[in-house]
Ligand binder design. Sequence first.
Ligand code: PBG
Length: 332
Amino acid sequence: MTTYGSFPGTRPRRLRTTPTMRRMVAETRLHPADLILPAFVREGVSEPVPIEAMPGVVQHTRDSLKKAAAEAVAAGVSGIMLFGVPEESKKDAVGTAGTDPDGILQVALRDVRAEVGDDLLVMSDLCLDETTDHGHCGVLDEHGSVDNDATLERYAEMAQVQADAGAHVVGPSGMMDGQIGVIRDALDQIGREDVAILAYTVKYASAFYGPFREAVGSSLKGDRKTYQQDPANVRDALRELALDLEEGADMVMVKPAGPYLDILARVADEANVPVAAYQISGEYSMIEAAAEKGWIDRDRAILESLTGIRRAGARNILTYWATEVAQKLGRQ
Ligand code: PBG
């Protein structure tokens, strides 16, 4: 045999020889408890409504949502993040449905809590975009711009109403300045020191939210670039992290996940609280669409995408595949 110097002197391939070897040395593992299922519930429907841009995901009825929550528990998923889709006629400029105790999200929170008790963490999206007729995450001033401080008052009330309805965790996703501090105060004022805040700390103005807009029937025209972050920036993310921690965030989230793994790794390095990442609608739909065309192996691509997010530093992952993946992990 011809030899070329002393290469290879070292053989890393030895640790990749068999599935058992690879499993033993794997540095990153996915576990059902890592996962949180985002779910949509739509007011006034008697059958689940498929979301065309997210094959396999539906807008639930109250009943089908309860079943989905029970399935998530059985699979070992840790939490469910609820989004309410009110009837079109109930949307208005200030998102009244978001603070109405009988608004769809509050009704769903009560339903799911009654179904799962404390076996699943019941989380609520705390934002106005699902309930406003203009589709923005806040209320507008007379010039049509999102009014930060007026929006905070709405968020404070939403937090209280969601806690009353049974949320273990609230998830403020509107990117208003000061939202975590205001929500913490509002909860404490009604004696709900027990309700945790999962802050959407780092949230970029992303094109990958596209399919979600269909999922919640959003009527937004324009974009959210005056409150969500510019994809070009890192410092802005670290600043938001420092502020949210100071204001009392119990957990922090990076969103989207896949295109922002560098940000996730930085946040995971710096945060002294658990870090979550949200694998959003567009990340889901891209894999489903490519798999449907036969261009990628669906199951492997799903697991790889989630492993990458864990490896970058996320303790928890919000993913529309949560229940399916948890079921598969359970069987391994
Ligand atoms: C805002 C909110 C959005 C998502 C979660 N919360 C939409 C947005 O900010 O534009 C997106 C989630 C997804 O795309 O899967 N309430």
